[in-house]
Design a protein around this ligand. Structure first.
Ligand code: GUN
Length: 284
């Protein structure tokens, strides 16, 4: 029987623990944990993600400060907002939903976020610290994937993990976290030759390419664990980077889309926000 990895279940456990930490924070400090959520433009998918993140925060008792800027916002407008949030003591975490509209310099904005408040783990400081194996706020999706593997006792040590995708928000940090847990890691991307042959070597296959149903049964070694990070909108609704139906006959464990990695990304954002608040208040 193939194990269907239940991201909703593990995310609910994570939120429950976070809610206890939030209560504890309130009792110790008399304050409330705050997350600033910044959305620029009117991409409907981004609006859906942001709303779900705000709902998760509300559930655990984290206060959110909603900042929605129009598509016409300038670099100076956004930069000023980040500056204000960096110095606002009621804000412990800052989330800038990506992608930003084309005319804005995403790298400059991310680099401007105070590393202590960078609950997405996207700043050069936090990515660099992750690379060096130092304490850092780490990227939510890769962290969520590691939490799923841990929850289901899927050991990565000594295993061959193949990550398909080299994005800064998923593929690269995911590879680092797998490596840190002693997996042997291969990173594949759009220029990789004979992708199916490399994927078939994977004990743990992480699909983060952003291409609907890219990986079918031919890409999967019998008994492999398949983690699908893809969220693609199609005529059939949301589909992952993996052909779930075909892959589930070959894999020993697999994440569905939706209900796999997505809820874990949001749960780790909540957890990172709690961690950021705790650190800021212990330094105060
Ligand atoms: N866009 C797609 N995924 C993410 C994410 O995890 N965080 C942010 N801020 N934007 C995203």
């Amino acid at each position: 029987m193939t194990l269907i990895i239940d991201g909703n279940h593990v995310a609910a456990i994570t939120r429950k623990k976070a809610a206890e930490s939030v209560r504890d924070f309130g009792q110790r400090t008399g304050g409330q944990i705050g997350l600033a959520v910044v959305l620029v433009g009117d991409d409907p998918a981004s609006a859906v993600y942001v709303n779900m993140k705000e709902q998760d925060c509300a559930e655990v008792g984290i206060r959110t400060f909603d900042h929605r800027l129009s598509e016409a916002a300038t670099q100076a407008d956004l930069s000023k907002l980040i500056d204000d949030l960096n110095t606002d003591n009621s804000v412990h975490g800052i989330l800038v939903q990506l992608p930003l509209p084309q005319h804005l310099d995403e790298e400059a904005i991310i680099a401007q976020i105070s590393p202590e408040k960078d609950v997405d783990g996207f700043t050069p400081e936090n990515l660099g610290r992750t690379l060096r194996g130092l304490d850092a706020l780490r990227a939510c999706t890769p962290l969520g994937v590691m939490r799923l593997l841990e929850h289901y006792d899927i050991d990565v040590e000594g295993k061959h993990a193949v990550v398909v995708g080299r994005s800064t928000i998923v593929g690269k940090p995911q590879s680092l976290l797998l490596l840190e847990n002693n997996a042997t890691v291969t990173i594949c991307h759009s220029r990789t030759q004979d992708l199916p042959a490399i994927c078939r070597q994977a004990d743990i296959l992480v699909a983060a390419a952003g291409i609907p149903k890219l990986l079918d049964a031919d890409y999967i070694k019998p008994g492999a664990t398949v983690i699908d990070v893809g969220i693609n909108r199609s005529d059939d609704g949301l589909v992952g980077d993996v052909d779930f139906e075909a892959a589930s006959h070959v894999a020993s464990a697999i994440t569905p889309v939706p209900g796999g990695v997505g809820p874990m990304t949001r749960a780790m954002l909540v957890e990172n926000t709690v961690t950021a608040a705790q650190k800021q208040c212990s330094q105060a």
